[in-house]
Ligand binder design. Sequence first.
Ligand code: GLN
Length: 562
Amino acid sequence: MKYVLVTGGVVSGLGKGVTASSIGVVLKACGLRVTSIKIDPYLNTDAGTMSPFEHGEVFVLDDGGEVDLDLGNYERFLDLRLTRDNNITTGKIYQSVLEKERKGDYLGKTVQVVPHITDAIKDWIESVSAIPVDGKEGPADVCVIELGGTVGDIESMPFIEALRQLFFSVGPDNFCLIHVSLVPVLGVVGEQKTKPTQHSVRELRALGLTPHFLACRSAQPLLENTKLKLSQFCHVPGANILNIHDVPNIWHVPLLLRNQNAHEAILKQLALLHVARPPNLQEWTTRAETFDNLTNSVKIAMVGKYVGLTDSYLSVIKALLHACIACSLKPSIEWIAASDLEDESAKSTPEAHSKAWETLRNSACVLVPGGFGDRGVKGMILAAKYARENKIPYLGICFGMQISVIEISRSILGWKGANSTEFDEHAPNPVVIFMPEGSRTHMGNTMRLGSRRTLLQTPDCITAKLYHNPEYVDERHRHRYEVNPEVVGDLEKTGLKFVGKDESGQRMEILELPSHPYYVGVQFHPEYKSRPGKPSALFLGLILAATGQLEAYVKSNQNGSI
Ligand code: GLN
């Protein structure tokens, strides 16, 4: 196994994840098989309990792992299916060491950060990098490891030490360290400053790691003189100073690296030049350039709770982007804080209320994404009602599907007390209820997580046509509550159809409203499996419907595939 370690210096938020996945893309384009590991030095065992407000979305994997959103980047860029173990956290490492200690595995020794924690990190990296994640058999050729945080953080010290030891044990031909840094410019026409990079490289070297490459983020391309300085003061050959300057869209980043011959230099470092072929990035070039030249856009109303931080819905945004590009459109995402749509807001914040409604009315389609808790629920219900009554294409994801069921129960069945027991435990009409797969009494670990099969009840539904599969769909889940099976009969009397159910037939997975141009609710999260060249079927359906192309698409694709 060959390792490419990506560390970050100077400041956080440099796009280390995008840089690391782009390096993976370029290596993959050279014919190599690539896997990846993300290290998050925080103490949480996983991202499951972290607030989307603070940390961005929780990404969900096939195996139910709730992981850092960067793993989504790797899956999308490299078209991989990662496992929960591909995300290492301090919490997971300590947990494994402490479990061993309790079992008596350390034979009376004093358990210490070095060597026990560092050994656990090394073992974890070595065993996880060998798991095939690209659908093929056997381990990949290269494992890209991204170390989260910034070099010098107290929390990342054991990881740096473990990685230093790993480098030493696998040898220089099997290890390549790329340090991502920032080259800022002060003032309007000031010079490109190399000092922050020099300092962070010094920090790294003090810890026993010398970078083979620098990946410098900058607003404008680096000047020759700047590169020269960086090379001299950071002890990195000129050819290994890569520059990732600002580009119009992220798909340019692999192209930028290829144009600087990064692949050649990295392959040389890893003694892989003889097995690689010249990189084929045709698809990436077309996508990056097509996107730059798109002129038409489509307005999508995103009615959610966490609209302040767009990372909270990162995969949904990416899935919309993938679907829009497939339709040669730019997404114009209109964020609507659900609570602004509510009647109370008309009194307390009238301006925000009227603006929210105006935005909703001006949008070509409505999306209500996943969420937890009762804030904004009333507003989401109003948005779902508006979309249903005005025949505006609607996609409700997880929470968004539950919202549809509450809305239809209240508006059409007249069940004023219809609610989810998530926010009203004693709702007179519990239409969405807690349906754990395991124990009903234990609240911990009761989330239904990861990939589950949904059986389509009829080939004659829009979902089957969009997925090009009349039988089933496999998508990822992350929820506790579900449509109450006891009210399904009543709900179907309104014209609503549950066209997808789980294998037991008890869990409603997909709803459609056949009398509506596009009204789909899903209990799963289709966004997690969307890829740039393979948009998620239901997102594509939403955009096609929003632009009046759905019928033609379904007709022309009746016998074909995407
Ligand atoms: N809060 C809802 C549930 O637990 C929806 C979850 C979600 O949208 N991911 O079922």
